[in-house]
Design a protein around this ligand. Structure first.
Ligand code: AP5
Ligand code: MG
Length: 209
C-alpha cells in the first residue's frame, strides 16, 4: 500500500508511521528524518538545509522532490511505502503524481493546542530518530532511547519560535493539500487527538486493515 501521512507538525505522523510500517511491511520514509541524518553526518545536503530546518522553514521543492524521487526508486519501496512529511507543497504533490501513484492520503486531525503540547515535550533519538515524550512516552531510562540506546535530545526546531513558524508554514503551504487530495477521493481523515495506541486502532479501522 502506498500512503501519504499528511498533518501539522507534532501531529504524531512519525509515531504512527513507526507502528504502521511493520504492520503493512512497507518502508517508513520521512523526509524530516532523512534531512536530520544528513545534518548529523554533515553531508553537503545536511550543510545546505540545516539553517532553514532549524528555523522552521521548508527546504526548497527542487531538493526535496529529487530526494524523494531517488528514494522511491529503491527496491524496498516498489510495492508500497509510507511517505511521512512529503508532499508539503502543491508543487511537491504535482511532482509526486508524475513518478508514483498513491493509494490513500491519511490526514491527521489535531488542534494547535495538541501540537504545542506534543512538541513541547518531545525527545528524539540521535541514533535512530525514534520519538519519546516527557509525559506521554517516557523512555525506560532517562535520556536514553529504548530502541537503540542512543542519546535523546530536543530538536532545534522544537523551540517555541520555530514551532510557531512551522504552524504558519503548515497552514499556508501544506494545509491546501487536504482539499487537493480530497477532490481526488484519496483522503482519509483520522482523529489524531487520542493516545498513540488508540490512534493505531483508528488508523487500522479507517483503512479497513
Ligand atoms: P518533519 O521531521 O517532517 O517535521 P514535522 O512535519 O514538523 O513533523 P514532526 O516530526 O515535528 O511531528 P510528527 O507529526 O512526526 O509527530 P511525532 O510522531 O514526532 O520535518 C522537519 C523539517 O524538515 C521541516 O520543518 C522542513 O524544514 C523539512 N522538511 C521535511 N519534509 C519536507 C518537505 N517535504 N518539504 C520541505 N521541507 C521539508 O510526535 C510528536 C510528539 O508527540 C512526540 O514526542 C510523540 O512521542 C508524541 N506523540 C505522538 N503521537 C501521540 C499521541 N497519539 N498521543 C500522545 N503523544 C503523542
Ligand atoms: Mg516526524
Amino acid at each position: 500500500m502506498k500512503l501519504i501521512f499528511l498533518g501539522p507538525p507534532g501531529a504524531g505522523k512519525g509515531t504512527l508511521a513507526a507502528r504502521a510500517a511493520p504492520m503493512l511491511t512497507v518502508p517508513h520514509i520521512s523526509t524530516g528524518n532523512i534531512f536530520r541524518s544528513a545534518i548529523a553526518a554533515k553531508t553537503p545536503l545536511g550543510l545546505k538545509v540545516k539553517s532553514v530546518i532549524d528555523s522552521g522553514g521548508l527546504v526548497d521543492d527542487e531538493t526535496t522532490i529529487a530526494l524523494v524521487r531517488e528514494r522511491l526508486a529503491q527496491d524496498d519501496a516498489a510495492s508500497g511505502y509510507i511517505l511521512d512529511g512529503f508532499p508539503r507543497t502543491t508543487a511537491q504533490a504535482q511532482a509526486l503524481a508524475g513518478f508514483s501513484q498513491v493509494d490513500k492520503v491519511v490526514n491527521f486531525d489535531i488542534p494547535d493546542s495538541g501540537v504545542i503540547e506534543r512538541l513541547g515535550g518531545r525527545r528524539t533519538c540521535r541514533g535512530c530518530g525514534a520519538n519519546f515524550h516527557t509525559a506521554f512516552k517516557r523512555p525506560s531510562q532517562e535520556g536514553v532511547c529504548d530502541a537503540c540506546g542512543g542519546e535523546l535530545y530536543t530538536r532545534d526546531d522544537d523551540s517555541e519560535g520555530a514551532v510557531k513558524k512551522r504552524l504558519e508554514v503548515y497552514r499556508e503551504q501544506t494545509a491546501p493539500l487536504i482539499d487537493y487530495y480530497r477532490k481526488q477521493g484519496l483522503l482519509v481523515d483520522i482523529d489524531a487527538r487520542p493516545n498513540a495506541d488508540e490512534v493505531v486502532e483508528i488508523f487500522r479501522k479507517s483503512l479497513g486493515l
